[in-house]
Design a protein around this ligand. Sequence first.
Ligand SMILES: Cc1cc2nc3c(=O)[nH]c(=O)nc-3n(C[C@H](O)[C@H](O)[C@H](O)COP(=O)(O)OP(=O)(O)OC[C@H]3O[C@@H](n4cnc5c(N)ncnc54)[C@H](O)[C@@H]3O)c2cc1C
Length: 289
Amino acid sequence: MLEKLRHRVVSRIASRHVAGNKLQDALKICAWANSRGYNYILSAWQNGELTELSEEDKNKNMESFISALTSVKKNSGNAYLSIKLDALGYDYALFYELLEMAKAARVRLHIDSLAPDSCDTNFRFLEDTSDYHDFLGCTLPSRWKRSLDDADKAIDLGLSVRLVKGQWEDPFNKIDSRDNYLALAEKLAGKVPYIGIATHDKKLAEQTIQLLKGKQDHFELEQFFSLPLNGISLAKKYSVPYRLYISYGHPAIPYNYRFAMTRPALGVWMVSDFAFHFKKPWAGNGLAH
Ligand SMILES: Cc1cc2nc3c(=O)[nH]c(=O)nc-3n(C[C@H](O)[C@H](O)[C@H](O)COP(=O)(O)OP(=O)(O)OC[C@H]3O[C@@H](n4cnc5c(N)ncnc54)[C@H](O)[C@@H]3O)c2cc1C
């Protein structure tokens, strides 16, 4: 009974964090971003709770990635595609096929980070496909101590990097995610083709921008479309490009709600996510969801 209720609450909150079920829903926000001069990231989300994917599931997910890639190529604006490798059932053949398409379309394919136990597998895929490094990116979560070593791998492989605090805790170490975020930025500065400063922590974003200025040619501020867009003014202030991450498909929560007991603000955000329909700028006179 309690579990059912929890599931309903979580599902309702999660639905706020996808543009809708379909690619068309996300494309409306992409068009809004483009009209404002913002770059964007398109991400088709699949059900990450399935442990075993059938061939049919994998192929369906692959089709949705191909549709997203095709639309990124077709639509105007500066965009790249984010995917989670578990949605392909960690199938090398499918990943290669998608990379070939990304290369032909000259669109970057970015690998989102998942739970810590998937990280070695993600890097194995990135190492095995390093010939495609111009079109490949990885995510480094600052909550994990290992990300400092993974940053060396990203540098050696010539990958674009997105820096996040991360949704999962380090299973072995107590890490200050803000200090480690800045340490990662310092380590990567000037050594990778691109750094995405992906955070809604405005102070941290500003410190990272200041750290990268003059050291890193190409970096941008990246924010999640459904969380407060509090980086727009910051991006303007420092003349840094602003990029929106736009997800659609299977609903999920882009922050770790399991921390709510230790982080009271999260509880407040969840209640407002549950109870209110905030009007978003791209929704015109209507509501965001
Ligand atoms: C572009 C992008 C890509 C990401 N990709 C990944 C990924 O691949 N893997 C991964 O594990 N994580 C990813 N994340 C999620 C990220 O790791 C964090 O879970 C999330 O961004 C919150 O951390 P924060 O750095 O924004 O800091 P926080 O300290 O959590 O938030 C900073 C501030 O943002 C505001 N805020 C944040 N969340 C809410 C909310 N729900 N409601 C109201 N206000 C809020 C508050 O003002 C808060 O003080 C991504 C995030 C972004 C922005």
